[in-house]
Design a protein around this ligand. Structure first.
Ligand SMILES: Cc1cc2nc3c(=O)[nH]c(=O)nc-3n(C[C@H](O)[C@H](O)[C@H](O)COP(=O)(O)OP(=O)(O)OC[C@H]3O[C@@H](n4cnc5c(N)ncnc54)[C@H](O)[C@@H]3O)c2cc1C
Length: 377
């Protein structure tokens, strides 16, 4: 039986960045990934440049665009534009290349990867985890990291994260050319999709298009609607190949660890329930997970409670406001668009959220202060 300090189930963004952080510190790391190769990841690749600080390698080679402005529309009309400040830019990366880059870097530092393979059973014997893989390989580890994304089967088995995960229904489309989206801008279109929105993020010569509905867990796939939205992005008469994905979104503060095991990224239901931002929480969670596992390995302990605590403070509290905002905005989208987006300072605030300058708690605090100030005048 092979032994590793850390075994990671899932080699997407959260798994690969955890693997890189920990292999860089000199630990033995194994990643178990179910796909032989991932040529296309359902992700538009939009990320705040500031989150690159959480990645322990240079990712310049996978940045395809630097976004300077955000364009909002209501059913393709009534445009509102917000500039993204140059000091905190927003990048578009090709996600499959970012994940591969991190896996390659991790393997340079000695991390092993077994793919395609799946874990069939996980058992705790004494202080160690024993995993049986689909090819009858047996592995033993001190720490287990669950990073198997939105379809995670290990979270509920290990009692981590929400008991009943909440899902956004999404579709991802990649098209050649940029349609009518200008090179350094992204587009958010509200009003066409019930309880959600459509987005278009430009790569170098192609466009990542996403459609998502965030309330009600409703199935949605409507060819005519997609055709109409694509028309608004400047594409007509094309063969639409959309990939559908159920995306776990944030649904309350929950325990994300037990002794010797923790969950990161989508598997932990961290994705922003308003804007579907999942890259940042994937990286934040892998950053803290790696640091706390490192501290445990140094002090020869297994208690990872600190992980759930820091994730609550550094992500959960802001998402609690994100969830409230999403519930109001998506239930009353026209009012949301008129007072939320068309309000003079609103686009700037959303641009600041995307660029990582502000979070939902900051916005909520501002609104609360404004209300208190008004009531005392
Ligand atoms: C359409 C769409 C567009 C999006 N656009 C953006 C965006 O522009 N910006 C942003 O910030 N976020 C975006 N997101 C969210 C973002 O893509 C996710 O939050 C992010 O991919 C989470 O990374 P992850 O590593 O946790 O999960 P994943 O990327 O899903 O990785 C999970 C990995 O685990 C593997 N796996 C699964 N099950 C097993 C198993 N049993 N055993 C072994 N391996 C397994 C999978 O093959 C995969 O490689 C978008 C999401 C969608 C659906």
């Amino acid at each position: 039986m092979k032994f590793f300090d850390i075994v990671i189930i899932g080699g997407g963004l959260s798994g690969s960045s955890t693997a890189l952080n920990l292999s860089k510190k000199g630990y033995s790391v194994l990643i178990i990934e179910k796909e032989a190769k991932r040529d296309f990841v359902c992700c538009a690749g939009g990320m705040a440049a500031s989150t690159a600080n959480l990645i322990s390698t240079d990712i310049n080679s996978v940045i395809e665009s630097q976004v300077e402005s955000v364009h909002f529309t209501w059913k393709s009309t009534d445009k509102v534009i917000a500039d993204i400040p140059g000091k905190s830019p927003f990048w578009i990366v090709r996600r499959e290349e970012l994940d591969n880059l991190l896996l390659q870097e991790a393997s340079k530092y000695g991390a092993s990867i077994i793919r395609p393979s799946e874990v069939q059973s996980v058992t705790k014997i004494g202080e160690k985890w024993h995993c049986k893989l689909s090819n009858e390989t047996f592995i033993k580890t001190k720490f287990l990291v669950i990073a198997d994304g939105s379809e995670s089967k290990w979270c509920s088995y290990l009692n981590l994260g929400p008991k009943k995960p909440k899902y956004a229904r999404t579709s991802a489309i990649r098209l050649e050319g940029l349609g009518n989206i200008s090179k350094n801008s992204v587009r958010f279109d509200f009003g066409s999709i019930k309880y959600g929105f459509a987005w278009a993020f430009p790569l170098k010569n192609s466009l990542n298009i996403g459609l998502g509905t965030f309330i009600g867990n409703n199935e949605f796939y409507n060819y005519e609607l997609i055709e109409e939205i694509l028309k608004g992005f400047g594409f007509r008469n094309i063969n639409i190949k959309a990939k559908q994905k159920k995306l776990r979104i944030w649904n309350g503060i929950h325990n994300l660890n037990a002794d010797g095991v923790l969950v990161v990224g989508d598997a932990a239901s961290l994705c922003d329930p308003f804007l579907a931002e999942g890259i940042r929480p994937a990286l934040i969670s892998s950053f803290y997970a790696s640091n706390i596992i490192d501290e445990c390995l140094i002090s020869n302990t297994y208690n990872l409670d600190e992980y759930s605590r820091v994730m609550k403070i550094n992500w959960g509290l802001s998402m609690a406001w994100g969830k409230r905002i999403a519930e109001v905005f998506y239930r009353f989208p026209k009012t949301g668009y008129n007072i939320g987006i068309k309000r003079k300072t609103a686009p700037k605030r959303i641009a600041q959220i995307l660029s990582g300058e502000m979070n939902y708690s900051d916005i909520a605090n501002r609104v609360i202060k404004r209300l208190i100030f008004r009531n005392h005048k």
